[in-house]
Design a protein around this ligand. Structure first.
Ligand code: FAD
Length: 506
């Protein structure tokens, strides 16, 4: 970590030095501290520098005998560095695979997201050879080895999830505690919405199980830095936020099953439990909370994907627009969300280019937005264009765009890329009795079509058309697609679950 006073006698050299340090040690955290009497006047300049990625944080110089805020922030930065930039000294799991094995990289990512220190090593490395003694020669790769576990040859992340995060004993244990085998709440999806549901449901004494096909944390778990979540002034890594929420839910007695993809929901009729089924499991639940989120269509350009959260953003990321001041920005997408994002970004950015594969926007965007875009001198539309490459020193600095008609490519400097390629809800497993909109998002409350209302009354705000089945977070039609909104809905759904389980009480 490099720490510098906000002003030095040779002031200009502070930022030059930060630039050099970044080149020398790209992973180091860089921190500026400002004395109290200058903090207020320094702050606007410091904020702008941070938005441009010149350093990772700026703090008030400690004044009193104990400045816990300062020390806590430094510890947080170092701890974040420890998770993201170094190989842990002590690892729980070793993944042995040939160089560049994509599954090994996915497994490492999964372990990271689950908070389990791991390392990927080559078969002919010292550790690789040591581990080989536990496998037979014919075993393929990746091989996963951990103390007190059977050696594992894996073909998917799911194999690892099932082996590491669920023991037979756990699976056979009666989660309900009442001997019925029916849990009070089954939450499908362990993203922010599912995690908040679990914390509130379990803390209020409901037997709660969370099923997730992948690592806990959902989309948020893939975000390197969430800057707009309440109470984290310097931002928080989505992975760490998810790990903390999972630990919180575990402490209240929630059971998590990772690697459990729900493939079918059979809605219970007349108060009978609902059944959730996957390849090799069936779970009965009095209520189900659908928190299975969305998947943004991916750009499919690995060099650009590698910079997600560092100049590359899925979604409009309105909170980042101020950081785009005086930058050249590219928005990819031809729908209304892309148009709105471009108009908003043009308030801050020097230029906004909308890259769209089609020859024009009119087919996919509302006429009023197309007009607004044509009128805005800062926005340019690049039709028949796709992003083919991108890169930068630690964050996005350039993109290569291809004109698909001519086949020509051009590289340009870029401060931000916003991908609005459309979100698809994870809903293929839901039965028809759960009403959805034309794009597949789950309808709740008054949005449920009237002919599906019971006794002429709309379902509760987060209740679906199927009694005892609720929805929270991004999967819900009209949701805000933000971490805070998803967690808020997860918390809000619990009183509705209570009311369903014990009508007339409370
Ligand atoms: C890269 C990135 C950066 C972001 N940055 C920000 C930010 O800075 N600020 C902000 O507010 N928001 C941000 N967002 C948006 C935010 O992460 C989402 O709004 C939020 O995660 C939605 O939470 P959710 O629980 O509804 O769904 P998700 O996070 O999508 O979680 C759904 C979970 O359900 C699981 N699942 C799906 N189908 C099944 C099934 N059939 N069976 C079992 N499990 C299933 C998935 O594996 C997933 O873990 C970002 C999103 C991305 C992708």
């Amino acid at each position: 970590m490099f720490v510098s006073d906000s002003r030095l006698p040779d002031e200009d050299n502070v930022l030059a030095a930060f630039g050099r340090w970044r080149q020398l040690v790209p992973t180091a955290r860089r921190l500026i501290v400002s004395p109290y009497d200058r903090f207020l006047s320094d702050a606007p300049g410091l904020r702008a520098g941070m938005a441009k990625g010149k350093y990772d944080a700026y703090l008030l110089m400690p004044r009193g005998a104990r400045d816990e805020e300062f020390h806590h922030s430094v510890t947080e930065l170092l701890s974040d560095w420890g998770w993201t930039a170094t190989d842990p000294d002590v690892v729980v799991a070793k993944v042995v695979a040939p160089a560049g094995d994509p599954l090994a990289a996915e497994i490492r990512d999964f372990f990271d997201r689950m908070g389990l220190p791991s390392r990927v090593v080559l078969p002919d490395s010292e550790i690789g050879q040591h581990v080989a003694a536990h496998f037979s020669e014919d075993d393929g790769y990746p091989r996963v080895w951990a103390v007190n576990r059977d050696p594992l040859v894996v073909t998917s992340v799911r194999d690892v999830a099932r082996s590491f995060f669920e023991t037979t004993a756990e699976r056979d244990l009666d989660a309900t505690g009442d001997g019925t085998g029916v849990v009070d709440v089954a939450v499908v999806g362990g993203g922010p919405a599912g995690l908040a549901t679990a914390v509130y449901a379990a803390s209020e004494g409901l037997s709660t199980v969370v099923l997730d096909s992948s690592a806990i944390g959902g989309q948020a778990g893939t975000s390197s830095m969430i800057r707009n979540y309440l109470g984290f002034p310097r931002g928080v890594s989505g992975m760490r936020l998810a790990q903390r929420a999972r630990n919180q839910a575990l402490r209240f007695g929630t059971r998590f099953h990772t690697g459990w993809e729900v493939e079918e929901l059979v809605a219970g009729v007349d108060g009978e439990p609902h059944l959730l089924r996957g390849v090799d499991f069936e779970l009965a639940a009095r209520t189900v909370v659908v928190a299975s989120g969305v998947r943004y269509r991916s750009l499919g350009v690995p060099s650009v994907e590698a910079l997600v959260g560092r100049g590359v953003n899925y979604g409009a990321a309105m909170s980042l627009s101020r950081e785009m001041e005086d930058q050249d920005v590219v928005v990819v997408g031809g729908g209304n969300s892309a148009g709105q994002a471009a108009v908003h970004l043009a308030r801050f950015a020097r230029s906004v280019t909308i890259a769209v594969r089609r020859p024009a926007l009119a087919e996919t965007m509302s006429a009023y937005l197309v007009g607004e875009i044509e009128f805005n001198p800062r926005i340019t539309v690049a039709p028949c264009t796709r992003v083919v490459d991108g890169g930068g020193d630690g964050r996005l600095e350039w993109l290569e765009l291809e004109d698909t008609n001519l086949g020509t490519r051009a590289r340009r400097p870029v401060g931000g890329l916003f991908l609005l390629l459309g979100a698809e809800p994870h809903c293929g497993w839901l039965p028809d009795v759960v009403a959805r909109d034309e794009r597949g998002f789950v309808l709740t409350g008054r949005d449920v079509p009237k002919d599906r209302w019971a006794d002429g009354l709309p379902p509760d705000s987060l209740a679906t058309s199927a009694p005892g089945i609720f929805a929270a977070g991004d999967v819900r039609a009209g949701s805000m697609k933000r971490v805070a909104a998803a967690t808020g809905e997860g918390a809000s759904v619990v009183p509705l679950v209570h009311a369903w389980l014990a009508p007339g009480e409370g």
